[in-house]
Design a protein around this ligand. Structure first.
Ligand code: TYD
Length: 243
């Protein structure tokens, strides 16, 4: 159950899981694997990504990741990511959590802290505060950090976006920032070396998420969510395979 209160002050019945890590860590593959495993057990799952997840947020994604905008002002960049996130949470993530779904996002708020706050040097606190404001304080129940050395991760990236075009030293700072964020609050993070066997990583993630689900109402037992549990899966994105 998401500890963050909803707009009316009550707890959100769904479970919110974020995948984070440096570029090329395999987040998208693992997010999809988790979604498939949970759907197979009858859960309503919303698989989504950031930046993106709604049409307006995807439009912001196109701007902020476009390599044509090399040298975009770092504050403008941070605001665009936060704007995309605010829209994503308001229109997709929070409503899904309110009806008891499991929401799995490929990147979330920690990406802004790591890339814009730390690697761009804008400051961890100000970027965190901006994004908590944008999301009305919505934090994941669990953040899975797929830990990859910057060099290894970048070697897996094809067709780099504007952020992936940054030098390896930038990405090394990003990777360390994720490790530091996880160390701040170990209960809400699961850090896994991304170099491991894909299926073994997926099993480790699923086991941890199942622990969370044991504490939350299931789609089947929540009367409000019964109809949506029967609906076809509705992925909000088709994140690239090798990320
Ligand atoms: P994407 O192709 O989705 O990368 P990946 O598949 O590796 O997640 O592009 C997202 C890029 O945007 C990625 O390089 C990380 C960056 N990013 C930020 O800098 N700040 C953010 O808040 C988010 C969500 C992503």
């Amino acid at each position: 159950m998401t500890e963050t209160p909803d707009a009316a002050g009550g707890p959100l019945p769904g479970v919110f899981v974020a995948f984070e890590g440096g570029d090329g860590a395999g987040k998208s593959t693992q997010a999809r694997a988790l979604a498939e495993a949970l759907r197979a057990s009858g859960r309503e799952v919303v698989l989504t990504r950031e930046p993106g997840g709604t049409s307006a947020a995807e439009a912001i994604r196109d701007v902020v990741l476009d390599p044509a905008h090399t040298g975009l002002d770092p504050r403008a960049e941070a605001l665009l990511f936060a704007a995309s996130r605010g829209e994503h949470v308001a229109r997709l993530v929070r409503p899904a959590l309110q009806r008891g779904a499991v929401v799995i996002t490929d990147r979330y708020l920690d990406s802004s802290i790591a890339y814009q706050g730390v690697a761009r040097g804008l400051g961890l606190e100000v970027v965190e505060e901006l994004n908590l404001w944008a999301t009305r304080d919505l934090l994941p129940d669990l953040t899975v950090v797929l830990d990859v050395d910057a060099g290894h991760g970048l070697a897996r990236v094809t067709d780099p976006n504007r952020l992936e075009d940054e030098p390896e030293s930038f990405h090394a700072v990003v990777v360390q920032a994720f490790r530091d964020l996880a160390a701040r609050d170990p209960q809400r993070y699961l850090v896994i070396p991304a170099s491991g066997d894909r299926d073994a990583i997926a099993a480790q993630v699923l086991a941890r998420v199942e622990q969370l689900l044991d504490r939350a109402p299931t789609a089947q037992t929540d009367p409000v969510a019964v109809s949506s549990a029967a609906a076809p899966p509705h992925d909000q994105s088709e994140p690239g395979a090798a990320t």
